[in-house]
Design a protein around this ligand. Structure first.
Ligand code: NAP
Length: 309
């Protein structure tokens, strides 16, 4: 147990990310009180059944009253509505942060509503799974994962340091960048891979010459790894696509060009070009494992399948 960093934390949104934060805060004793608010009565009830907080309220405005730290964990397209709801009830000196996967759009939606004297510090923990809802969260989701802050030009350094201490207590590694750069980096490392996965799984589903039953039966040969990404929350990913439009379209244009190069190399039997690319990409995988961002297990997922047998 740590010493509480905050007397009262308000969590607005209690899905995968919000409930993982709640579980860590409870486990580590990081707050005196944790007030939870979410849009639907069912999710709020579930959060209470799971004992994720100390207080449960249906109104976001009521939840943030007297909170020292407010963490908004809702789909990015809902950021402005939440900012409007909480703005009038925030305590002077409170820190308001978010966990949204896009940053420029969240800032544009939330910053104009934040009152004078409240520290709004946008953030994004690079941690998650394809699951959603309060049952999907778990202790340790953020351990050894990056949390990127995109502070505004007038962000108070002491408030930023306090927020960093909170995320470091959850085990995160901390970085800072400007919001536009964040959105470009995330477009290539996260958004494009999800879009490609949604596309390939959609293509397989539409094929007429290969049956759905065959796609499922033989999925372990590559397709299965795309289906995990393509099972991600449709609301969250719709919002990411709509709210990081420019960076995603830029990366998609690059991707299409490079795909055409690959297509041409296959058509003309240019094995050396294929071999060179596949060698380069293998080295990237090795660097990711070396950086501790994945394990070198031969086939992630198959172990848990074996355990079920
Ligand atoms: P989630 O499990 O689907 O939970 C979403 C939460 O937001 C629920 O409490 C839900 O409330 C609430 N919500 C949904 N639509 C809303 C709306 N229109 N207005 C107000 N509240 C709404 O989502 P999550 O995975 O925790 O994602 C939350 C945020 O974290 C997103 O911005 C996402 O971009 C970001 N993020 C996600 C991941 C990931 O891998 N999942 C990783 C990093 C960051 P009800 O259930 O009560 O309707």
């Amino acid at each position: 147990m740590s010493t509480p960093l905050f007397d009262r934390i308000a969590l607005i949104g209690i899905g995968l990310i919000g409930s993982s934060i709640a579980r860590d805060v409870k486990e580590l004793g990081l707050a005196g009180e944790v007030v939870i608010s979410t849009r639907s009565a069912e999710t709020l009830k579930r959060a209470e059944e799971l004992a994720l907080g100390t207080h449960y309220v249906s109104s976001a405005a009521d939840a943030v009253k007297d909170a020292d730290l407010v963490i908004v964990s809702v789909p990015v397209g809902a950021s402005e509505a939440v900012a409007r709801q909480i703005a009038g009830s925030l305590k002077a000196g409170a820190i308001v942060t978010d966990v949204g996967s896009t940053k420029a759009s969240v800032i544009a939606q939330m910053a104009p509503h934040m009152p004078e004297g409240v520290h709004f510090i946008p953030g994004h923990p690079l941690a998650g799974t394809e699951k959603s809802g309060p049952d999907a969260g778990f202790v340790g989701l953020f351990r050894d994962r990056w949390c990127i802050f995109t502070p505004l030009p007038d962000t108070d350094q002491a408030a930023l340091d306090t927020l960093k201490s909170f995320w470091m207590a959850l085990g995160s590694r901390i970085d800072e960048m400007d919001p536009q750069h964040h959105d470009k980096v995330l477009a290539i490392v996260s958004h494009l891979p999800h879009i490609i996965a949604y596309n390939i799984v959609g293509t397989a589903d539409d094929l007429e010459t290969v049956t759905d039953a065959e796609v499922i039966k033989y999925s372990a040969s590559g397709f299965r790894d795309f289906t995990r990404l393509a099972a991600s929350d449709p609301t969250m990913w719709r919002d990411v696509c709509l709210h990081n439009k420019d960076a995603i379209l830029e990366m998609l244009a690059r991707f299409s060009e490079d795909l055409a190069y690959l297509q041409r190399a296959i058509r003309w039997g240019e094995g050396d070009k294929l071999f060179e690319l596949f060698t380069r990409t293998r080295a990237i995988r090795r660097s990711i494992v070396q950086a501790g961002q994945d394990v070198d297990a031969p086939d992630f997922g198959r172990h848990s399948l074996d355990a079920k047998k």
